[in-house]
Design a protein around this ligand. Structure first.
Ligand code: NAI
Length: 260
C-alpha cells in the first residue's frame, strides 16, 4: 500500500500510450517498456509490417498492443490513425512523439532544401499534428502526458547536421510553449534528448567509429541502449510525474556534461 493514500501512482497500468516510430530502436523499446508495465500500447510506424510484428509479439506475450501503418508526414493519416487508436482503446492518456530520420546535409549541397523540408516535416511538424489530433482525447484523461523525442543535437551540434539540429531544437521550443499553454489543464509536455544510442539510425556506423566516439565524448564511455531512453520516457509519463513539465532532459551518458 502507498505510504501516501490518494497520491498519484508510479504505474502506467491501464493507461493508453500512442507511440510513433514504434517498429525499431527507441520507439520499439518504449513500446516494450510501457506494455510490460501494463499500459495499452497503440503503435504506429511507416514500416507497416515491422510495427505489426512488434505488436503481435507483445500480444503473444500477454500484453495489450495494436499496430497501425502511419507515415507521420501525412496529416490526413495522422488524424485517422489517432482516432482509430483512441476508439480501439477507449481514449488516449499518453503520446510519445518518437518517429524520426537522420537529416545530414552540408549547407551548400544541392539537396539541402529537400533534406531541410523532410527533416522539418517528419521531426517537428508531425509532432504538433499528432499532439493536435490527440489533444481532445488527452483532455479527458486524469493523467495526460506528452513526451517529444528531440536529441542532444538540439543542445549542441555536429557539422553538416543543420537540418536535423534545427528541427530538433524546434522540438524543445514546441515542448516549452505547449507545456505553458496546456499546463492549466494539467497536461504535461516534456522533451527527451537522447545522446548516442544504438538503434536502426546508428547501426550503420562502423563499430570502431562508434566506440571511439562514445569513449571520447560520453562520461559513461559507451553508447546507450534504446531501453535506457525508454525508461526516462516512462518516468515522465507516470501519474506521479505530475509536476514535471516543460523540461528538456538529456539521456546521453553525460555527453552534454563533458568538456574533456
Ligand atoms: P530508428 O531508425 O531505429 O527508428 C526510427 C523509427 O521511425 C523507424 O521504425 C522508422 O520506420 C520510423 N519512421 C521513420 N520515418 C517515419 C515516418 N515518416 N513516419 C512514421 N515513422 C517513421 O531510430 P531511433 O534512433 O530509434 O530514433 C528514434 C528517435 O530518436 C528519432 O526521433 C531520432 O531522431 C531520435 N534520436 C536518435 C538518436 C540515436 O543515437 N539513435 C540520438 C538522438 C535522437
Amino acid at each position: 500500500m502507498s505510504a501516501h493514500p490518494g497520491a498519484p501512482g508510479r504505474s502506467v497500468e491501464g493507461l493508453v500510450a500512442f507511440i510513433t516510430g514504434a517498429a525499431s530502436g527507441m520507439g520499439r523499446a518504449t513500446a516494450e517498456v510501457f506494455a510490460a508495465e501494463g499500459a495499452h500500447v497503440a503503435l504506429s510506424d511507416i514500416s507497416a509490417e515491422a510495427v505489426r510484428e512488434v505488436a503481435d509479439d507483445l500480444v503473444h506475450r500477454g500484453m495489450s498492443a495494436e499496430a497501425w501503418a502511419l507515415d507521420v508526414a501525412d496529416p490526413a493519416a495522422i488524424q485517422a490513425v489517432v482516432a482509430a487508436a483512441a476508439q480501439r482503446f477507449g481514449g488516449l492518456d499518453i503520446v510519445v512523439n518518437n518517429a524520426g530520420i537522420s537529416a545530414f546535409s552540408p549547407i551548400d549541397s544541392d539537396s539541402y532544401e529537400h533534406v531541410w523540408t523532410r527533416a522539418f516535416d517528419i521531426l517537428i511538424t508531425a509532432q504538433q499534428r499528432i499532439i493536435r489530433s490527440a489533444l481532445p482525447h488527452l483532455r479527458k484523461s486524469a493523467s495526460a502526458r506528452i513526451v517529444n523525442i528531440a536529441s542532444t543535437e538540439a543542445l549542441g551540434a555536429t557539422s553538416r547536421d543543420s537540418p536535423y539540429a534545427a528541427a530538433k531544437a524546434a522540438v524543445t521550443g514546441l515542448t516549452r510553449a505547449l507545456a505553458v499553454e496546456l499546463g492549466p489543464e494539467g497536461v504535461t509536455v516534456n522533451c527527451v534528448c537522447p545522446g548516442p544510442i544504438l538503434t536502426g539510425m546508428t547501426e550503420g556506423l562502423p563499430e570502431a567509429d562508434r566506440e571511439t566516439f562514445a569513449r571520447r565524448r560520453t562520461a559513461l564511455r559507451r553508447y546507450g541502449r534504446p531501453e535506457e531512453v525508454a525508461q526516462m520516457t516512462l518516468s515522465l509519463c507516470l501519474p506521479a510525474a505530475s509536476y514535471i513539465t516543460g523540461a528538456t532532459i538529456p539521456v546521453d551518458g553525460g555527453l552534454m556534461a563533458r568538456n574533456a
